[in-house]
Design a binder for this molecule. Sequence first.
Ligand SMILES: [Fe+2]
Length: 183
Amino acid sequence: MISLIRRRLLVAAVALPAMPVFAQTRPLTCGKLTGEQTEGPFFKTNTPRRISFVEPQSKAPRLIVTGQVLSARCQPVANALLDFWHADENGEYDNRGFRYRGHQFTDAEGRYRLQTNVPAEYPGRARHIHVKVQAPGKRILTTQLYFRDEPGNLRDGIYRPELEMRMAGRGAGEGTFDFVVET
Ligand SMILES: [Fe+2]
C-alpha cells in the first residue's frame, strides 16, 4: 500500500515540480483480497459484453459504478473480466434473457465503469449487485456489492460492510469500489 502512495506522489512530483503535492484522498483498498460472497441462484453464463444495463423504461434511479481492479500488490489489472448481474426495480432477476446482466473488461489502468438502474431489494436480502471478477487466466472472485445507509444491510446475514460501495452524495447515484484479486 505504502509503495503505491509513494509511487503516485513521485509521479506527481516529477510531472508537476512547481505544484504542491497533496496526499491521495481516495483510500486505497489493495493489499487485502476482496472478500468472497455466495454466487446465489441467479448467475447466468454467456452474458452480453456491455457497460450499460440501463433500461430506458425503468422508473428506478440511474446508478453508475466505477472503480479499479487491483492486485494484492496494488497494481492495476488490465483486461480483467467483470461480470455483473442484479435484480430489477421489482427485485426480480431476468432468468430468461439478459436484463441487468453483462460483462466488460478493465482498461489499461484497471478501470471499469457500469451504468445501470438501482436494483430493488428483495425479501431476505439487502440491496446488492452480484459480480465475478477475474484477472486474465486467474482465479475468479465471486462477490457482491452493497449500498451505504441501507436499513436492509443490518438485517442481512450475508452483508459485509467492507463490500459497501463508496457513494458520492446521499443514497444511490454514483458508487465506487475497487476489487483486489489474485494475479
Ligand atoms: Fe441477489
